[in-house]
Every structure is written in C-alpha cells, then in structure tokens.
Ligand binder design. Structure first.
Ligand SMILES: Cc1cc2nc3c(=O)[nH]c(=O)nc-3n(C[C@H](O)[C@H](O)[C@H](O)COP(=O)(O)OP(=O)(O)OC[C@H]3O[C@@H](n4cnc5c(N)ncnc54)[C@H](O)[C@@H]3O)c2cc1C
Length: 468
C-alpha cells in the first residue's frame, strides 16, 4: 500500500491523548520499525508508530484503534523470527519496548513484576543481588523483551531442565482490543480460581490483547554447571545419543546440538576452535549438586560412545564453558554471515519432535537436504527435540528461492509426520500460518477462531498473523 492510499484518520486527536512524542509519523522511522528478523514475510505500510511509555498510552491507542477500526501490531524489540511483529497495511505499530521498568522483586514469594519492555538479560542481572534467577534464556536473551518472550512463549538453552516461559508466568495485566484493562492470573504460588486466562495469552503473538505488566515466578540462583562436548561423525548418532541419554533419567541443564556445517560456519565467524571435521557436536551441561554432575556427564560419555560418539571432552573450567556457550550463541550471526556470503537467503525452521525420534529426524532431514541445491545447516535444543534446520540459499535467484521454500516446507511436514510440531518456540506469525491448520485438527482450529473473535470482535489485533 502506498502512503497516499493509507486510510485518512485524524492522528492529531490520538497524539493529544498520548505521552508527548509517543506518536511517530515520519515515514522513514515508521518503515524502520515495520519488520522483525524473519525474512520472506510480507511487510505492510503502517499508518504510524506509537512508542508507548505507559499503560495509558496503550489504552488510548486501543480505544482509538477500536473507534476507527484500525489494525494494531504490538511490538517488543522485533527480534521475532516469524514475521509476527511485521506491519500490516494501514496499522498502528504499538511498540512497548520503552515500558521497561522492573516494578518489584519479592524475595519471599520469589516473584517479580515487570513491564513488558524489560530486556530478559537485564531482568536476570537485576535478580542476582537477591539470589534469584529467571531461567528462560532464548538466544536473543540480550535483545528481546519479556513481553515478547511471553507473547511467543520463548524457549532457550536451559529449558531442557528449567522449562519455557509459560512455566514462569503467574499473572499479567492486559489491555484488550477496546482499551479495557484487566488482570489475569495471580501472584500467589497456587491458585485455581476460574479458567487459566493468563496462560491463554502466553504464545498469543499479539492477537488477543496487549500485555502491559507480567508477574513472573523466579527460582533460586542456578548452580554453576560443568560441561562435556561429544563429537560425532554424523547427526543421526548424536540424535540417538540424546534419546538414550534422556531416557536414562539424566537431567542436564543444557543439551544442544550443532551439525558439521554449522560448526564450520561458527569457526568461520569467530575464534571458537570447534572441531572442524566433526559431523555433529553435542554440548552438555550438568549443574546437579556435588559429584552428581560428574556422574551425569560420565553417563553421557558412556551413552555417546555406545552410539558411535568419537570423542567426549570434559571441563569444569568456567572459562571453557563460557567459550562453548558463546560458540553456541554465535549460531545466529554465523549463519547470517554465511547466508550473506552466498546471496542472503535464510529460512529458519523450528520443528520440535519427540526426542525418541531425533535419530530418524536427522536421517530423513539428510534425504531432504540431498534433494535440493540449497544448504541446510542444523543447530538446536536437542534435549527438547527442538531443531532449527536453517535453509541457506541465494535469495537473488528465483529458482533457489522456490527450492528453499519447498525444503523449508518439507522440514515442517517431517516434524508433523514424526509426531511433532511446526514450531517449538519461534511462533507462527506470517511464516508458518499456512501450516498451523495442518497441525491443528478441526475442533482446535475452530476454538482458536472463536477465542480470537470473542476477544477481538473487530479483527484489529495483529490481523493476518497466526491464521491466514
Ligand atoms: C539471534 C536470535 C536468537 C533467538 N533465539 C531464540 C531462542 O533461543 N528461543 C526462542 O524462543 N526465540 C528465539 N529468538 C526469537 C525471538 O527473540 C523471540 O521470539 C522473542 O521472544 C521475541 O521478543 P521481542 O521482544 O523481540 O518480540 P517481537 O519480535 O517484537 O514480537 C514477537 C511477537 O510478540 C508480540 N508481542 C510483543 N510484545 C507484546 C506485548 N507486550 N503484548 C502482546 N503481544 C506482544 C508481537 O505482536 C509478536 O507477535 C531468537 C531471535 C534472534 C534474533
């Protein structure tokens, strides 16, 4: 939509009721806020950007949007990987990243209340002096907001032991489509009064309302971990190792996988010294008390060797562990750099399969890989069965784009065929909206539609996302 085709709305009336400077209409600024980190998702032309500074700003925006039937796309820091925060034509971009206050930390209840724009890592850092921690740790920990994490039910590396965002959300305040402010959930450790409406908003990707405050459960500081690295000739044997290791009752605090091509991309990106010739690598940490951690990693070694592991290295030196975790965190920029070098195309899959089927997943992924001229590099949260095969290709070549999209789709189908899901943590957004109906049965699809219509009767909340 060109800017001349945008609906005529008197935005001055909105500016008057918002905090000074909150409404931004400069086309270049609005355009620069119109997309997240996903490629190949449509980006519409927004009417304006609201940098909300308070709940009142959110309320006024929603009242205005309801009155004028204007779509609203809520945003955190736009690190999303599914296009869910992209502008739709004629929308208001409601960015809540500036609402970034840690409202309170309660060491007795082990909870905190935060505004949605608080950055995950900043919360973690603030909790240290209380001897508390907030475990969910997406790769974007230093740049994504708690509001965005809640709206996508973000995962991360320590989820294999500590769970995902939803496991920490006790309650929240939301602004509904018509501007009504309401509290959902609770702050107490237990509570079963009424439906669990706070959970409904976890993972709702901006389609049910705007989250303006969140009460999170916390944990005591997580103990330090010791690390093992298992090196394999191929991903399939690494996958079988994960299944057998988890079946043994182990509770690693991290269990991540890198395939050989990803290892080489990381080594090309920085001085991490990963084994360049490996076909796959498993990075395992245990923070079990005392000698249990050593026992847990020795069990890993035994199982890895039984499944064809070539070498297993241990380290209890925190500097080694930090370097290895930094290497794992370098996957995103390393793949981005690699993609850039061959034409910039990058489609990141996010399938999650039962751990018992990881070996089969990798065997079938290799078949898909062999059928296409694109590259498929895989890393992921193996302990959860959550893999990110990334299709890398020359985005300037139409034939390659078509191949990449087919490979990307086949990987989602593989995830479903193995009893898994099309998205373990990145969300549906635009990128996978055609696929959600394949995953849901008719009843579940209908419930989604009815819930959405009940909370957003005018269809103004992130329209066109999640469902086509
Ligand atoms: C390098 C990198 C690594 C990543 N690693 C991981 C990972 O390990 N695990 C993982 O889960 N994700 C990961 N992600 C994806 C992304 O960071 C997460 O989805 C994150 O939760 C998005 O937060 P955000 O603040 O950027 O939200 P945005 O991208 O701005 O928004 C995401 C969605 O949430 C909605 N939303 C945002 N704020 C609110 C609110 N206050 N109220 C209602 N709806 C809202 C938006 O409408 C949109 O639908 C990664 C991304 C990058 C770039």
């Amino acid at each position: 939509m060109s800017s001349s085709a945008l609906p005529l709305v008197d935005l001055d009336a909105l500016a008057e009721v918002l905090s000074p400077g909150a409404l931004v209409t400069e086309a270049d600024v609005v355009a620069s806020y119109s997309f997240d980190k996903a490629l190949f998702c449509p980006v519409g032309t927004a009417l304006a950007l609201i940098r909300a500074q308070s709940v009142d700003d959110v309320v006024e925006t929603m009242r205005f949007a309801t009155e004028h039937r204007i779509p609203v796309v809520t945003q955190g820091t736009r690190t999303g990987l599914s296009g869910a925060a992209n502008a739709v034509d004629g929308c208001l971009l409601l960015n809540v990243a500036k609402m970034n206050e840690i409202v309170s930390i309660d060491p007795v209840e082990q909870t905190c209340q935060v505004q949605p724009g608080v950055i995950n890592l900043e919360l973690k850092n603030a909790l240290v002096e209380y001897g508390l921690s907030y475990p969910p740790d997406p790769g974007s920990v230093a740049i994504s907001t708690i509001g965005g994490n809640v709206a996508t039910n973000a995962g991360g590396m320590c989820c294999v032991k500590y769970g995902v965002t939803k496991d920490y959300v006790r309650g929240m305040t939301v602004v509904l489509a018509d501007g009504t402010v309401t509290k959902l959930g609770r702050s107490t450790a237990k509570g079963v009064a009424g439906l669990d409406l706070a959970s409904l908003f976890v993972g709702s990707e901006g389609t049910l309302g705007v989250i303006v405050e969140i009460t999170l459960a916390l944990r005591a500081t997580m103990p330090p971990a010791i690390t093992a690295v298992g090196i394999f000739a191929d991903t399939e044997s690494a996958g079988h190792t994960v299944a057998e290791y988890m079946a043994s009752g182990a509770a690693p605090s991290m269990l991540e996988l890198l395939d050989g091509a990803t290892i080489r991309a990381i080594n090309g990106y920085g001085d991490f010294g990963l084994p360049d010739a490996a076909g796959a690598l498993l990075l395992v940490q245990s923070n079990a008390p005392g000698q249990s951690a050593v026992a847990e990693l020795e069990a890993f070694q035994e199982i890895a060797e039984r499944n064809g592991g070539l070498e297993v290295h241990f380290s209890d030196d925190p500097a080694d562990s930090e370097l290895l975790v930094a290497a794992r965190r370098a996957v995103s920029p390393a793949l981005e750099r690699h993609a850039h070098s061959i034409g910039g195309g990058e489609l990141i899959d996010d399938v999650c399969v039962p751990r018992s089927r990881l070996g089969e997943f990798f065997a079938k992924l290799a078949v898909i890989d062999a059928r296409y001229d694109v590259e498929i590099l895989t890393a992921g949260h193996a302990g959860d069965g959550n893999m990110h095969p990334t299709v890398i290709f020359d985005a300037r070549d139409e034939a390659m784009v078509a191949q990449a999209q087919s490979a990307f789709a086949e990987i989602m189908q593989l995830g479903l065929d193995l009893g898994g899901t099309i998205t373990g943590e990145h969300g549906v957004g635009y990128l996978k909206r055609e696929w959600l109906r394949r995953e849901l049965d008719e009843g579940a699809s209908l419930m989604h539609e009815r819930i959405r219509a009940a909370l957003d009767p005018l269809g103004i909340l992130n329209p066109g996302k999640v469902f086509a």
